[in-house]
Write a protein that binds this ligand. Structure first.
Ligand code: MLC
Ligand code: AMP
Length: 518
C-alpha cells in the first residue's frame, strides 16, 4: 500500500506519455533519431520541435485535450511528429490503416467524432464528405497542409498535464460481431508497456532499429517507436517492407521487428546471410504465430534466434521470450514485467501446466475499454477484472521452455493475414449482400506468405452462379484490400452441425488440402 506522501508525489507527476518520452530524449541536440534512406536524417531536437509546432497548430485550430485526431496517411516522418504532438497536447491519436475504404472510414468517423482528420492529399475530397465537419488536413512528403499550419508556430510546447487514465489513443479492432470497436488506450497503458519492453529487450542508445512496419497499428507505432524513443536509439525509417531493401540495410541495424511474413519473405532472399545480419543483436517477431519451420530456417541461415512475443491491441505486449536464455519455437515466452497472465478453464479455474484453456490478462497495460461501448467492455472482462483475450493456450509443463506460454489457437473467429486481423463475420456480411448469393462462410487457410489466406465459400441462390473474379471485384473498394478473399469457392451448401452452426473446421480442411472448386 502506498503512503499518503507517496500518493501525493505520484499524483503530482505528469502521467502524460510524452513527459516520459521527453525525459528520455538524448541530451545535446545532435543525436539522430530517424535515418531515412534517400531522404536524410531527422535529429531528436528536430522531431521535438516539429511536434511542438504541430501541437501549437492543433491548439490554434481549436483542439482541446480529449479531442480525437484521426490519421490516415503514408509513413512520413512528420506523422511521427504528429503522433507526439497529439500526446503532448492531450489529444487522442486515432491511426487508421491506409487500406481502409470509404465505408469503413465513415463508420470510424461517425463513432469517434474526430475534431481533426489528417489524410493523404488524394483522399481529401472523399474524406470531407464523410468527416462530419472535422477539420481535414493533408500530409505528404513535404509536410502538406498540416505542416503549412505548423511551420511558423513556436518550437516549444508545454506538455499537457495528464492523469494516468486519460486517453492517449484509440485503435479500432474489428470484432466477431462484424462491428469494429475502438480500443481506448490510456497514457498509463502505453507508458507501462513501453518501459517493460525497453527493459525486457535491453534497448540502449546504441541501437539502430530497422523500422519497416506500418505506424497505424500497435506493433509499428507503440512497440517499435516507443522502444526506440525511450532509449534515445535511432530508427532506420522505411515507408514499407521491401525484403530486398531490408537485407541491404541490415548491416546498419542492431534490431529488427516484424510480423512472420517479414521473416518468410527475408528467407526468400538469397542475399540474407550470416554476414548481412552480423551487426544485428535482436530479431523480434509478433502479431501472428511464427511457424517453427521459419524459426529454424532463420537460425540456420543467419545464426540468429528470433525472439517471439505475444500481444494484442487491447493489451499491448503480454508475453515475450527472453533476451537471455532459451527462446523456444512455438512459444511466446513469459509474462512481461508487471503483466499478469492466467490460463483458465470454462469454469474460470486456473489450468495446470500442460492443460489448454483461455488466456486472460490483467495489469497496467490492459486498455480502459471499448470507446462508447460499456456493455461490450463489460462482456470482455471477468467479474474479477481479467481481460479475455480470446486466445487459447497452455503453460509449457516441462523442458527448457517450462513456464512459457504456448498459444494453440483462438476461440474468436479471426483470421490473421500478414499480421493483419480479418474478422470473417464482416466479410461474410458483405458477400451475403451481393446479388445471387444465398450465404457464405469465410475462413483462413494456411498460406506460405501471409500465414493465413482469407478464403470464402459461397452458396449461390437457386439458379444463380457465383464467380470468383466477380465476388472479388465487388468487394474491392468496399473493404480494405487485405480483407478481400484471395480465393472464392462456390459450394452447394455450407456444412453445419446438429445445432445448425457452420462447421468452419470442415471448410478449412476441405480447402486447405484439396482446393477444388466443387
Ligand atoms: C497487403 N496485401 C495483403 C496484406 N498486405 N493481403 C493479405 N494480407 C496482408 N497483410 C495485399 C494488398 O491488398 C495487395 O493486394 C497486395 O497484397 C500488395 O499490397 P502491398 O501493400 O504492396 O503489400 P505488401 O507491401 O507486400 O504488404 C504485405 C506486408 C504488410 C506483410 C508487408 O501487410 C505488412 O506490413 N503487415 C504488417 C501489419 C502489422 O503491422 N501488423 C501488426 C498489427 S498489431 P492486391 O490484390 O491489390 O494486389 C498486432 C498486435 C501485435 O497485431 O501483437 O503486434
Ligand atoms: P490485434 O487485435 O490486431 O492486436 O491482434 C491480436 C491477436 O494477434 C492476438 O489476440 C493473437 O491472436 C495474435 N497474436 C499476436 N502475437 C502473436 C503470436 N506471437 N503468436 C500467435 N498469435 C499472436
Amino acid at each position: 500500500m502506498r503512503s499518503a506522501q507517496q500518493g501525493r508525489e505520484t499524483d503530482a507527476m505528469n502521467a502524460n506519455l510524452h513527459a516520459l518520452i521527453e525525459s528520455h530524449f538524448p541530451s545535446g541536440t545532435e543525436q539522430p533519431c530517424l535515418l531515412i534512406p534517400n531522404e536524410g536524417v531527422v535529429h531528436y531536437d528536430e522531431l521535438a520541435q516539429a511536434s511542438a509546432r504541430i501541437a501549437n497548430a492543433l491548439v490554434r485550430a481549436g483542439c482541446v485535450p480529449g479531442d480525437r485526431v484521426a490519421v490516415q496517411t503514408d509513413k512520413h516522418w512528420q506523422v511521427l511528429a504528429l503522433y507526439l504532438a497529439c500526446l503532448r497536447a492531450g489529444l487522442v491519436y486515432l491511426p487508421l490503416n491506409t487500406a481502409y475504404q470509404k465505408r469503413e472510414l465513415e463508420y470510424f468517423f461517425r463513432d469517434a467524432e474526430p475534431r481533426v482528420i489528417v489524410c493523404r492529399p488524394g483522399s481529401v475530397g472523399m474524406i470531407e464528405t464523410i468527416g462530419n465537419g472535422a477539420l481535414v488536413l493533408t500530409v505528404d512528403g513535404r509536410g502538406g497542409e498540416l505542416w503549412d499550419r505548423a511551420r511558423d508556430e513556436s518550437t516549444t510546447f508545454v506538455t499537457v498535464d495528464s492523469k494516468p487514465d486519460d486517453l492517449a489513443a484509440i485503435l479500432y479492432t474489428s470484432g466477431t460481431t462484424g462491428r469494429s470497436k475502438g480500443a481506448s488506450l490510456t497514457h498509463r497503458n502505453l507508458a507501462s508497456n513501453a518501459l517493460a519492453l525497453v527493459e525486457a529487450w535491453a534497448f540502449t542508445r546504441r541501437d539502430v532499429l530497422l523500422h519497416a512496419l506500418p505506424i497505424y497499428h500497435v506493433h509499428g507505432l507503440f512497440v517499435a517507436v516507443h522502444c526506440a524513443l525511450l532509449s534515445g536509439a535511432r530508427m532506420l525509417w522505411l515507408p514499407r517492407f521491401d525484403a530486398e531493401e531490408i537485407v541491404d540495410l541490415l548491416p546498419q541495424a542492431t534490431v529488427m521487428m516484424g510480423v512472420p511474413t517479414f521473416y518468410t519473405r527475408l528467407l526468400a532472399q538469397p542475399s540474407l546471410t550470416r554476414d548481412a545480419s552480423r551487426h544485428v543483436r535482436l530479431f523480434v517477431s509478433g502479431s501472428a504465430p511464427l511457424l517453427p519451420e521459419t524459426f529454424a530456417a532463420f537460425r540456420e541461415r543467419t545464426g540468429h534466434t528470433i525472439l517471439e512475443r505475444y500481444g494484442m491491441t487491447e493489451t499491448g505486449m503480454i508475453t515475450s521470450n527472453p533476451i537471455e536464455g532459451v527462446r523456444a519455437p512455438g512459444t511466446v515466452g513469459r509474462p512481461l514485467p508487471g503483466v499478469n497472465v492466467r490460463v483458465v478453464d470454462d469454469a474460470g479455474d486456473e489450468c495446470s501446466p500442460g492443460t489448454i484453456g483461455s488466456v486472460q490478462v490483467r495489469g497496467p497495460n490492459v486498455f480502459a475499454g471499448y470507446w462508447r461501448l460499456p456493455d461490450k467492455t463489460r462482456e470482455e472482462f471477468t467479474a474479477d477484472g481479467w481481460f479475455r483475450t480470446g486466445d487459447v493456450g497452455e503453460w509449457v509443463p516441462d523442458g527448457p521452455a517450462e513456464g512459457y506460454l504456448r498459444l494453440v489457437g483462438r476461440a474468436k473467429d479471426l483470421i490473421i493475414s500478414g499480421g493483419l486481423n480479418v474478422y470473417p463475420k464482416e466479410i461474410e456480411e458483405r458477400i451475403d449482400a451481393l446479388p445471387g448469393v444465398a450465404e457464405s462462410a469465410v475462413i483462413g487457410v494456411p498460406d506460405p506468405d501471409f500465414g493465413e489466406a482469407v478464403t470464402a465459400a459461397v452458396v449461390p441462390k437457386p439458379g444463380a452462379t457465383v464467380d470468383e473474379a466477380q465476388v472479388i471485384a465487388a468487394l474491392r473498394g468496399d473493404i480494405a484490400s487485405f480483407k478481400v478473399p484471395k480465393h472464392v469457392y462456390a459450394i452447394d451448401e455450407l456444412p453445419r452441425n446438429a445445432m445448425g452452426k457452420v462447421q468452419k473446421n470442415v471448410l478449412r480442411q476441405r480447402f486447405a488440402r484439396n482446393p477444388d472448386k466443387g
